[in-house]
Design a protein around this ligand. Structure first.
Ligand code: NAG
Length: 571
């Protein structure tokens, strides 16, 4: 072995001296840092950068076809999800790609380790001085005064021309994460007069009148017909991702269940997984609002579904992606990943490079092909991004909602559901419109006419796909009940509905739903959702998009109707 190593090293030195890797080409660049960041001084030469390199995946087109084959109702392969090995065979880089890139790294005395199950991600650490030379980059410190965040980034970098088509991207380089994570907005109850229906109407739908001001699991059961009976399938799991080192507090969950789900055991527990130093101290005063919300509105809604909280710590290794890349590789490495994954975090699409967005999106396609339904909150800034962001010319789509291989969840409010004004929605600038939503979106665009024309990309993947209640939602934090708002509420609620459908499907010997969108946008799927046709999502000095009959970029196709969904999935 040693001899082989030395032989390889000798060979590599010869290559380094050859012109093979000398001709450099700009690989990724951006004109300026995103709004909110200020360019500072050159990064210290000795500062060590933990870089990740994505190798060209061998057959993403094949994986995409396989994903749609197993996710499109009526397809001969519907429900026949892929194994870990089958997915990895599509994603693994070609041998030539691996050896060329390893040659280049070794020629520069860099040892990289493989960090993804399919071998398509490498990681290595080098100082700024070496990175600047290796990549013809200009690593600089960028400040984000609003949060005090500092990022070391370059606005452009190059790779050898010989590696074009083999290296997909190197990160962190031109991607700036959003330091303002997609957290719930703690709101004081505020109700629009016209949103309160008369008592007779409430009575006919068995919605408690209190649901106009306080949304609880009982309200969601009434709104959406969500059953209270316990799920029966132990193999059916619901994953809840947590970031920024947040953990969910078990004592608060117990208090929540005692107040709002007296029919469930108040000691119902969640399973914990941690990565990147994620903690679970259970000190009540340190529990995260987001984590508590997400766990209370999964365990409290998806009655009896085994629920796992996946806590990503602050020690993330993916260059201020807050663990977004780490968690997906963590789950892809599992033999039995959760059938449903809900995430209430996101960022503005323009903060992330399109190549990196594409890589993350490909990872969601991989997990989707395995049979996982991936749901994300659409964001809380209306048309102005994941949180309200200054914008003048164009609306700000959010990530990962622009990715066509996940399900984006917007927010509604009121007992007669209307769009929540903060519900992010719009059109991606990175991802083209997938065929499953072509008809629904073009119908909307025709109805919209010239409103907001020039402010959004009419050919982009449109989001959100669906919605659920997101305002006046009652949670318990450090023993106290409070009201929160945000699409952060909507994603776990919709995910819980999907988990309960999966429980029944599995009990009937059928496959779980997996990647949802081809089903949701089908005639049967769309008809099983409550169309929300009023409200809008203002931002960027406009009224945003108006909700309309059919799909719209505020509430998507609508909110769940459990009974109709059961029929639509064939139960
Ligand atoms: C609009 O979206 C498409 C993808 O559908 C993309 O190729 C194009 O660059 C986008 N335009 C702008 C101005 O971002």
């Amino acid at each position: 072995m040693r001899t082989g190593f030395y032989l390889l090293a000798a060979f590599v030195t010869a290559v380094a001296g050859s012109p093979a890797f000398r001709n450099m080409l700009v690989h990724e660049q951006r004109s300026a840092a995103p709004v909110g960041f200020v360019k500072g001084t050159a990064a210290p030469a000795a500062k060590v950068l933990n870089l990740r390199l994505a190798l060209k995946q061998s057959d993403m087109a094949g994986l995409e076809k396989a994903l749609f084959d197993v996710s499109t109702p009526g397809s001969a392969l519907y429900g026949q999800h892929l194994t870990k090995e089958e997915v990895e065979a599509f994603v693994a880089p070609a041998a030539e790609t691996v050896s060329l890139v390893q040659e280049w790294l070794a020629a520069n005395d860099i040892t990289a380790k493989t960090i993804s199950p399919a071998g398509d991600w490498l990681q290595f650490s080098i100082p700024v001085s070496q990175a600047n030379t290796l990549l013809q980059a200009d690593f600089t410190v960028f400040d984000h005064p609003e949060t005090g965040t500092q990022l070391t980034r370059t606005l452009a970098y190059s790779i050898p021309a010989a590696l074009q088509g083999h290296v997909d991207l190197i990160h962190p380089t031109i991607t700036f994460d959003n330091p303002l994570a997609n957290l719930p907005v703690v709101s004081s109850p505020k109700i629009l007069k016209e949103a309160i229906p008369d008592a007779a109407e409430l009575e006919s739908r068995a919605v408690p009148a209190s649901c106009a001001t306080k949304v609880t699991p009982a309200c969601l059961q009434a709104f959406y017909g969500i059953p209270t009976t316990l799920a029966t399938q132990s193999s059916n799991t619901l994953g809840v991702s947590g970031f920024i080192d947040q953990f969910a507090n078990q004592a608060d969950l117990t208090t929540f269940l005692k107040s709002f789900r007296t029919d469930l055991s108040s000691t119902t527990k969640f399973t914990l997984q941690t990565l990147d130093g994620g903690s679970n101290s259970q000190t009540a005063s340190q529990a995260g609002v987001e984590a508590n919300l997400d766990i209370q509105y999964t365990i409290g809604v998806a009655s009896g579904v085994p629920t796992t909280f996946i806590s990503v710590g602050d020690n993330f290794q993916d260059g201020n992606l807050e663990g977004f890349l780490d968690i997906i590789n963590f789950l892809l490495a599992e033999t039995n990943p959760p059938q449903v994954l809900t995430t209430s975090y996101g960022q503005n699409e323009n903060t992330i490079s399109s190549a990196l967005a594409n890589q993350l999106c490909n990872a969601y396609a991989q997990l989707g092909a395995r049979g996982t339904s991936i749901l994300f909150a659409s964001g809380d800034g209306g048309v102005a991004g994941s949180q309200t962001t200054t914008c003048s010319k164009s609306f700000l789509p959010t990530f990962p909602s622009g990715c066509p291989f996940m399900t984006s969840v917007g927010a509604t409010t009121g007992t007669t559901e209307t769009a929540a004004t903060f519900s992010s929605g719009g059109f991606s600038n990175f991802f083209a419109r997938p065929s499953y939503q072509a008809t629904a979106v073009s119908t909307y665009l025709t109805a919209l006419g010239t409103t907001n024309s020039g402010k959004f990309n009419t050919s982009g993947r449109a989001f959100p796909d669906v919605s659920a209640q997101g305002q006046n939602v009652q949670i318990v934090v450090d023993k106290v009940t409070e009201s929160v708002a945000g699409t952060s509420c909507s994603s776990p609620i919709f995910a819980s509905v999907i988990s309960l459908l999966n429980d029944r499907l599995i009990a009937a010997g059928k496959a779980p739903l997996g990647f949802l969108n081809p089903f949701l946008y089908s005639a049967a799927g769309a008809a099983a959702l409550n169309d929300v046709t009023t409200g809008d999502n203002p931002g960027c000095g406009t009224n945003g998009f108006p909700a309309k009959a059919g799909w719209d970029p505020v509430t998507g196709l609508g909110t769940p109707n459990f009974a109709k969904l059961l029929t639509a999935v064939g139960l």
